[in-house]
Design a protein around this ligand. Structure first.
Ligand code: 5GP
Ligand code: ZN
Length: 117
């Protein structure tokens, strides 16, 4: 999708620190990490948010969640981690391409990853 920053990251127009990729999923380090490990897991096909998941595209969200455990093992998050998806304005979603924040590498505070705004 035009002007979507994560679509541009996926197609290489904008550089990223990739940690994982498969047919459906791309994962890269957040530019403003809020934990020692902070990775964004996104579907390669554009879906705006959880609010836009449908019967037609829900496999893309499932593929992202399938990748979570794999990436956590790559990153040695054996102590656990948190997966967060901000949806819409009140949650502080700033990028409207579905993404799962994977946070770990330390004991996490009670509430983190509210969008920059
Ligand atoms: P949201 O606020 O929508 O839940 O999360 C968007 C996330 O994308 C934020 O944590 C922000 O730091 C991250 N982000 C925004 N632009 C870029 C970028 O160009 N590169 C990377 N790696 N992360 C980005
Ligand atoms: Zn996109």
């Amino acid at each position: 999708m035009e002007n979507c920053i994560f679509c541009k990251i996926i197609n290489g127009e904008i550089p990223s620190d990739k940690v994982y990729e498969d047919e459906h999923v791309y994962a890269f380090r957040d530019i403003e990490p809020q934990a020692p490990v902070h990775i964004l897991i996104v579907p390669k096909d554009h879906v705006a948010s959880v609010a836009d998941i449908s019967a037609e595209n829900s496999h893309l969200a499932a593929k992202c969640l399938e990748a979570v455990g794999k990436i956590a093992r790559i990153e040695n998050l054996s102590g656990g981690y948190r997966v967060i998806t901000n949806t819409g304005r009140d949650a502080g979603q700033t990028v409207f391409h579905l993404h799962f924040h994977l946070l770990g590498g330390a004991e996490l505070p009670a509430m983190i990853v509210r969008g920059a705004g």
